[in-house]
Design a protein around this ligand. Structure first.
Ligand SMILES: Cc1cc2nc3c(=O)[nH]c(=O)nc-3n(C[C@H](O)[C@H](O)[C@H](O)COP(=O)(O)OP(=O)(O)OC[C@H]3O[C@@H](n4cnc5c(N)ncnc54)[C@H](O)[C@@H]3O)c2cc1C
Length: 452
């Protein structure tokens, strides 16, 4: 089957874009964390929506499942193929000119976040979503996971930036909502439905995205704090001051020590080692530096930077957590959110649960969103015991099992903790309406046939 399919797909996309050599395909079979290993029949790299449609028609005729893969930076195993074709979107990389009248732009699903950011900046505008995987994560992956990132508290997640999508249904039909109309009440919002659908309903080929005015000034402060409670309280008071709070990131002394030892960075406050750290960033048309400095003046330890280099140096302590954690083992990444007021209690309980089981916990997160990334290092990749315990604790504290990474393969066993039977039945019916043969990403998001 693979040989016949490969040659049919080669006629569609060109032989250079159908990959079958085992050593090349292997790179598409494992996720960023190394926790999920699958198997692909082949990798196909279409360059247009029409080619995507022809690829999907060929796969539907077999039938053989298809897994969309963008930058493969997803953290829940959602882009890993299990006896499926990998449809790599990286050649869908068209950047259309910025439409300055609407402050929107249409871009291909394979465009990386940093390419998108630079393109917007070239037109004197900015893209509101930012995250540390910016050089590799793609627009299609960010749409499909409804990526959150660093600026949700100010601008909302990916969903809030999407003015419309073009996508190909599993049978090869194309739906296109790229006019960018702010008002269009003509029934079900199909683009909205695809946001967060994790490649299970359709393959996104282009996105019409909203842009925002770039702030004239930006300032970052790193504070040493006594713990989660102080971080939550300080974040709320800076937000209330109305000085354009754009990011509020929390991490802890053990995570900082790990980052410093893995990267060679010097600790920010020399020998002084506060229990936790809060990174705040404000941006706006007026320079927020003096106001932010005044608000944090009573912190025992603080550093404030307004220039790009100084800000990047402060951000590195937070942004290099993910790679530092990856260097000590294969992490179980449990991205949860709870109401911010409950965050101190939840963070303490999650740490207790993990450490009591003899595993290592590294916590960090987006504090204003109540979003904690709970990283568990120690248990085997297949051992889900602590995953379940932490996710159940998040739900007990009024939260959700996934804040921004999605369900993927990692969290399907616990989806019912966050979704009622009526919601699950409705989601299953939506899946059947888009993909009646179950060909797109089976086993991801909704429980499907067993993997492997
Ligand atoms: C260092 C690091 C930091 C990160 N920080 C954040 C963060 O702050 N916030 C956050 O939300 N996430 C974060 N992530 C997770 C990840 O970057 C995002 O989930 C991102 O949106 C994934 O994009 P991708 O192109 O790599 O998608 P992939 O990993 O390739 O795919 C992710 C999912 O989307 C589907 N998909 C991909 N492309 C398409 C398409 N065109 N059509 C339909 N489905 C598609 C896949 O099938 C899969 O289910 C981080 C990851 C890393 C490694």
């Amino acid at each position: 089957v693979t040989g016949a399919l490969a040659s049919e797909l080669a006629d569609v996309v060109g032989p250079a874009h159908v990959l079958t050599a085992r050593d090349v395909v292997a790179g598409y079979e494992v996720d960023w964390t190394g926790r999920w290993h699958g198997r692909a029949s082949l990798v196909v790299r279409p360059g247009t929506a029409e080619e995507v449609a022809a690829v999907l028609r060929a796969c539907a005729a077999r039938p053989i499942p298809v897994v969309a893969q963008g930058g493969n930076t997803g953290l829940v195993g959602g882009a890993v193929p299990f006896d499926a074709v990998v449809l790599s979107t990286t050649r869908l990389s068209e950047l259309q000119p910025v439409d300055e009248g609407s402050a929107q732009m249409t871009v291909g699903a394979g465009v990386t976040l940093s390419a998108l950011q630079q393109h917007a900046e070239g037109a004197g505008l900015a893209f509101a979503v930012d995250l540390a995987a910016r050089d590799t994560a793609t627009v299609g992956g960010m749409v499909a996971t409804n990526a959150g990132g660093l600026h949700v508290l100010r601008h909302g997640p990916m969903r809030a930036q999407v003015a419309g999508l073009e996508a190909v249904l599993p049978d090869g039909r194309v739906i296109s909502r790229l006019a960018g109309l702010l008002k269009d009440n003509t029934g079900y919002d199909l683009s909205g439905l695809l946001v967060g659908s994790e490649g299970t309903l359709a393959i996104v080929t282009s996105a019409r995205l909203r842009l925002v005015p770039p702030p004239a000034a930006r300032v970052t402060a790193l504070l040493g704090v006594s713990g989660t409670e102080e971080a939550v309280a300080r974040t709320a008071s800076v937000w209330r001051a109305g000085i354009g709070l754009e990011a509020a990131e929390l991490f802890y002394d053990d995570g900082l020590a790990l980052v410093c030892s893995m990267t060679g960075l010097a600790p920010p406050f020399g020998r002084r080692r506060p229990p936790a750290y809060l990174l705040l960033e404000c941006a706006g048309p007026q320079d927020p530096t003096a106001a932010l400095a005044e608000l944090v003046a009573d912190a025992a330890d603080s550093a404030v930077a307004g220039d790009a280099r100084g800000r990047a140096a402060l951000w590195a302590y937070r942004e290099r957590h993910t790679e530092a954690i990856g260097a000590i083992g294969v992490p179980h990444k449990l991205d949860v959110s709870v109401p911010p007021g409950v965050l101190p209690r939840f963070a303490a309980e999650a740490r207790r649960l993990i450490e009591a089981a003899g595993a290592r916990a590294v916590l960090f997160g987006h504090v204003a969103d109540g979003n904690l990334h709970v990283n568990v290092v120690g248990p085997d990749p297949e051992d889900n015991t602590l995953d379940g315990a932490v996710l159940r604790a998040a739900v007990r504290h009024g939260g959700t099992i996934s804040a921004e990474h999605g369900i993927g393969r990692a969290k399907t066993p616990w989806l019912e903790l966050s979704r009622s039977p009526a919601e699950l039945a409705t989601m299953t019916a939506i899946k059947a309406a888009f993909d009646p043969a179950g060909l797109l990403n089976p086993g991801v998001l909704l429980p499907g046939p067993p993997a492997g």
